[in-house]
Write a new protein. Structure first.
Length: 435
């Protein structure tokens, strides 16, 4: 691998890329734009996807399509994270002020009014004053509603983004405020959101440790329609990475697609890590025979750290066992076959038996003197986590070690010299030597 190829890449920003539209976004953006013009209002749509899956890109594409319409609706965009310290209604009014300058004076008056309401110390008021305060508040909210309704004589689409970047309390408070939009005529709301994160936040708020039906029901009641961000196929992801890093060889692009989650933002983070690792160290000297293997090891370790903290800590304590385990995953050929092999090994451990590990043909491929407790612990995690298996399977395929066609089975301590280059390489990556 020539390091100059990677140095040509440069660092990537967190801004959405036009190349995200490779993921079927164009078709979904057009369909959603039509829906937003035709849906009975008030109407609330959720665009559901995890962090970095392309929700912002999809929203911006929808807005661009709507702007080109012969009769485009009024559009207001709110970045919830930016307005996290205030309430959603105040944020909305600020955006109305910016979006419709002709109403600036009237809107500014009501923004000031709300800020004044928020700043009052209700606890210091007498009972009579509290009553008068809330009577005034109801009048003011009604006036605000009328203002927004007047703004929305034509169809108005409100886009709310980055809600799932807010802290739990603010996230849920903003979701509650969305109900206020349902009082407005001719208003459609589109929210970019990670449903699982919202459900988890609701359950944490109400004393639940994990997602339950209660959290799901809460989210379902807020929206009339939930649209998932389009699924990313491997070919689309490979093309995306290629466009982000034109100088990166195809073999490395395919490897990244194989081991990383199908998430555009995480792909960018990985590419930035590669650029940093190559540009700031001498890890990849030109023409060095282990450069490619170091790349595979470095990115496998990067991917492991991203998906499983407990597994990461075990690897730090015993990098050599990870190399053995990666080879076993590759040798198994499939997740199902690996689970069978690992299941037998773990059951033998429970009976305090020695643990030789066999392949799908019943042939012993690893002697018991190689199988450590640490390795069995890693195996148990890998057995229950397909993401870990996927990373190790592809890393194992690139170790350059193949005992399947040799007579050296089973692998024992005496055979460890065959693994020694891979041991040393992966240990240097994990220990932080030059990475």
């Amino acid at each position: 691998m020539d390091p100059s190829m990677i140095r040509e890449m440069g660092l990537l920003t967190d801004e959405p890329e036009g190349s995200d539209l490779h993921f079927g976004f164009e078709e979904q953006a057009r369909s959603t734009a039509i829906l937003l013009k035709q849906a009975p209002a008030p109407f609330v749509v959720a665009i559901d996807g995890e962090w970095g899956s392309g929700k912002t890109t999809l929203i911006r594409r929808i807005m661009k399509i709507l702007k080109k319409d012969d009769k485009p609706p009024k559009m207001i965009e709110i970045n919830a994270w930016r307005y996290e310290s205030t309430d959603l209604f105040t944020a909305l009014l600020g955006c109305v002020k910016k979006r419709f300058p002709k109403r600036m004076n009237k809107v500014a008056r009501f923004v000031s009014l709300i800020l004044d309401i928020i700043s009052r110390d209700i606890l210091r008021m007498s009972t009579r004053e509290v009553g008068e305060h809330f009577e005034n508040l109801l009048t003011e909210v009604k006036t605000i509603e009328e203002l927004l309704t007047n703004t929305a004589k034509e169809r108005t689409v409100i886009f709310i983004d980055d809600l799932d970047r807010c802290n739990i309390d603010n996230m849920l408070a903003m979701l509650e405020n969305i109900k206020l939009f349902l009082m407005m005529e001719n208003v459609v709301v589109v929210i970019a959101i990670d449903m699982e994160k919202i459900e988890h936040a609701w359950n944490l708020k109400h004393g639940k440790k994990s997602s339950t039906e209660a959290g799901v029901d809460y989210v379902d009641k807020l929206f009339q329609l939930k649209l998932p961000v389009p699924h990313k196929h491997d070919d689309d992801l490979a093309e995306y990475v290629r466009l982000m890093a034109l100088s990166l060889p195809r073999v490395y692009i395919d490897y990244l697609v194989d081991i990383l989650p199908p998430n555009p933002r995480k792909m960018k983070l990985a590419l930035n890590f590669i650029y940093f690792a190559v540009s700031s160290t001498n890890n990849f000297p030109p023409g060095h025979e282990t450069s490619s293997k170091r790349f595979f090891a470095m990115m496998a370790w990067y991917a492991i750290r991203d998906v499983h903290k407990e597994f990461t800590n075990k690897v730090k304590r015993s990098p050599r066992d990870l190399v053995y385990l990666a080879w076993l995953c590759a040798n198994a050929g499939s997740y199902f076959e690996f689970q069978k092999t690992a299941g037998i090994a773990l059951r033998l451990r429970e009976t305090n038996s020695q643990v030789p590990i066999s392949n799908k043909n019943g042939e012993s491929v690893m002697a018991s003197d190689v199988v450590t407790e640490q390795m069995l612990d890693m195996m148990a995690i890998c057995m229950s986590d397909s993401n870990i298996f996927r990373i190790l399977y592809h890393f194992g395929q690139n170790l350059g070690i193949d005992f399947r066609s040799t007579k050296n089975l089973p692998i024992s301590e005496s055979d460890a010299k065959m693994f020694e280059p891979a041991f040393m390489l992966f240990e240097s990556v994990v220990r932080g030597t030059g990475t």
